[in-house]
Design a binder for this molecule. Structure first.
Ligand code: UTP
Length: 432
């Protein structure tokens, strides 16, 4: 059988399992050439010492990884911002008034299978400092209460109310996929129907030192990290899951972060209000706790929906008032968006800014020893969901009560931590 493996190893036979998709990866010479052109040939330092299988794995990684991000280094900020103006949110009082109407529209859409949920669980959760995927974190005090459990139970409330098993997509990454799937299986998916859950892995981006030189995390592996939470849509399409959306007639996807233990998703009132407003995306927002609170705020940028970061808010914007005399930039995003599926094809990766972030990147040193840095030692490359919003034509900021729906766990202690989330869970009568 003529195949590329023969070219790679330069021998008649090799001990690789031929069920591997051998025809898809490049041979050593091609890979060397590709990496030399990028000035990254050091990744083959240990090639001679690798087993056949390790070589295949490295060559596959060279073929599949998108290294184009490296060329963006040193080019300054990717996104120059436009002109900001306020975007009014639908506030709690209005939502209460129209609650029944929105609720009925939402229930109808959910019952007809038009709404899916998508859990963003591909992040590394480095600030929390646990080695496990964040969703496996136990926030319980007298009994185990896992983050994944809280989230699934909240979604199950809607399943029960509507009598409909909402399709739940779970995005993991290469780094946490096995642990996540094994954990959920072990806990019997916390009561969710297994065949209504679809896991997929997000794409990875290479990580490099401050000079742009790729790190290796093992002798046969370039350091990579998940490519940011905006990776969900392109990764989903690459995994062929858009076919499921078509097949199931899914028109709306509610994406949400793993770390908010009070997160409510696919709740009929939010779904109904978004559909009724005829927008491209609905975004749950909370009233800011203070004018300088460190949250991204929903607004318009050059007339299109956008999110202005707290550090981009000028004094003038902080002082600006709406027609009721309330602060005009007053609603922070909580990473809970309901996207209209038909609008998603407008969102393309290459139009979105690339965020180059300083992070601690584990690597092997020149002696082949593993190093876990305690300070940032290089760059990771990410695209963020909030930049997707700006590619869409319209957005409904939908206010939720922060005491009831916003308990993020980013850090082990202090602000947005396990402690603050526990307090809010207890306030919401969750037994811990
Ligand atoms: P964060 O921005 O808080 O990142 O993610 P993180 O990786 O979880 O935590 P740190 O910054 O390392 O401490 C917000 C949401 O986006 C998901 C996370 O899992 C979380 O639900 N996310 C983030 C992804 O799914 N993929 C990514 O590449 C990044």
């Amino acid at each position: 059988m003529p195949n590329k493996l023969y070219q790679i190893f330069g021998k008649e036979k090799c001990d690789i399992d031929f069920t591997l998709s051998y025809e898809f990866f490049m041979n050593y010479e091609e890979a060397k050439d590709k990496m030399a052109k990028l000035g990254q040939q050091h990744i083959f330092k240990y090639y001679d010492k690798l087993s056949d299988e390790q070589r295949v794995s490295l060559l596959k990684q060279v073929e599949e990884t998108d290294f184009s991000v490296l060329s963006r280094l040193g080019k300054g900020a990717d996104a120059t911002r436009g002109t900001f103006s306020p975007l009014a949110a639908m506030q709690l009082s209005e939502i209460e008034q129209c609650g029944q109407e929105f609720h009925d529209i939402g229930v109808e859409a959910i019952k007809s299978g038009k709404v899916a949920a998508l859990l963003l669980a591909g992040g590394m959760g480095t600030r929390l400092g646990s080695d496990d995927p964040k969703g496996m974190f136990n926030v319980g005090i007298t009994k185990p209460v896992y983050i994944f459990e809280r989230i699934i139970l909240n979604l199950l409330d809607v399943v029960k109310e509507t009598g409909t098993w909402i399709m739940l997509f779970i995005m993991t990454s290469e780094k946490n996929h096995d642990a996540t799937t094994a954990f959920l299986k072990e806990h019997d998916y916390f009561g969710y129907k297994k065949d209504r859950i679809v896991f997929f892995k997000q794409d990875m981006a290479p990580a490099c030192d401050f000079d742009g030189k790729l790190y290796m995390e093992a002798k046969d592996r370039i350091s990579t990290s998940p490519n940011g939470n905006a990776g969900w849509y392109s990764s989903m399409v690459r995994a062929g899951l858009d076919k499921i959306l078509d097949r199931e007639g899914i028109e709306w996807i509610n994406i949400f972060a793993v770390d908010n233990v009070l997160q409510r998703m696919c709740d009929p009132v939010f779904v109904g209000a978004t559909i009724n407003s005829n927008v491209s995306v609905g975004s749950k927002v909370v009233r800011k706790a203070a004018p300088d609170e460190k949250v991204g705020v929903m607004c318009l940028e050059d007339g299109k929906p956008s999110i202005v970061e707290y550090y981009e808010l000028s004094k003038e914007m902080m002082d600006a008032k709406d027609e009721n005399g309330d602060p005009a930039y007053n609603y922070g995003v909580i990473l809970n968006y309901l996207f209209r599926v038909s609008e998603l094809s407008k969102v393309t990766d290459d139009k979105m800014p690339l965020h180059i972030v300083k992070k601690k990147i584990p690597y092997i040193d020149e002696n082949g020893e593993s190093v876990k840095p305690t300070e940032p030692n290089g760059f990771k490359f990410e695209q963020l969901v909030l930049d997707m919003i700006h590619q869409l034509s319209s957005c409904l900021p939908f206010e939720v009560d922060r005491e009831k729906e916003f308990a993020p766990i980013k850090n082990a202690t202090g602000v947005d931590s396990v402690e603050s989330a526990r307090e809010l869970l207890i306030k919401n009568n969750v037994e811990l």
